[in-house]
Design a protein around this ligand. Structure first.
Ligand code: MN
Length: 228
């Protein structure tokens, strides 16, 4: 694992993201970090990250995770991120790589459900348990046949059948930060583009203060266009 690609893509004089230099010592627990960051960049996506070998393996999931085992979500593997990235919530300047608003949507720990994680990653079939605030239970990442130049980076994120499986759309039901309980638009108020961030929050209104978003949708609002 290497952070070379992570470093090459970013100018740490301009972005508030962690550089990851000398990070390993900061970890206090032996448990493996799991985090999902909701990222309103060019397109809305959810960055799914699992700590392994001192970095965060990372996949961009355009539609976010689904607790419904019948729903397989495309997950494009992206560059490894430093472990401290797990706590990053804030605004990446518009003209920097990944410019936009980042929310810690879920956080916790994970545990492999395979005996050899490196071998499972090579084979493209990783089974694991999530112990997050929003996501729980048994999941899998399975490499799939992709297309174009990214074809070896296409995976599917799939919920296994267990007591945590559910048919609900958790991205709509639980749209706020697991750290600060803020919506994307609230996070963007720290120097970001609030209106653009708000298009990633699940509500039809552009500028409402946000707390009733999920409730309004349950009352029969149709699913908003969350990206683009
Ligand atoms: Mn991202």
């Amino acid at each position: 694992m290497s952070l070379d690609e992570y470093h090459k893509k970013r100018d740490f004089k301009k972005t508030p993201e962690p550089s990851g230099k000398g990070a390993a010592a900061m970890k206090s627990s032996s448990e493996l970090i799991y985090v999902i960051q909701k990222h309103r960049a060019t397109q809305l996506h959810y960055d799914f990250r699992l700590e392994w070998n001192g970095t965060l393996l990372s996949w961009a999931v355009p539609k976010g995770p689904s607790p419904d085992p019948a729903v397989k979500r495309l997950a494009m593997q992206v560059e490894d991120h430093p472990v401290e990235y797990a706590n990053f919530e804030g605004v990446i300047p518009a003209d920097e790589y990944g410019g936009g608003t980042v929310m810690v949507w879920d956080t916790g720990t994970w545990a492999p459900e395979v005996s050899d994680v490196d071998e499972a990653l090579r084979k493209g079939d990783l089974k694991f348990a999530l112990h997050g605030k929003k996501l729980q239970g048994s999941w899998a990442l399975v490499r799939t046949r992709g297309f174009g130049s990214r074809k070896d980076r296409s995976w599917l994120l799939i919920k296994h059948r267990d007591q945590y499986a559910a048919e609900r759309d958790i991205t709509l039901d639980e749209p706020t930060s697991a750290l600060s309980h803020r919506l994307l638009a609230d996070i963007a108020r720290d120097g970001g583009d609030v209106e653009r961030a708000a298009t990633g929050d699940p509500r039809p209104e552009k500028n409402a203060s946000g707390s009733s978003a999920a409730t309004a949708l349950k009352r029969g609002g149709k699913r908003p266009r969350a990206s683009r």
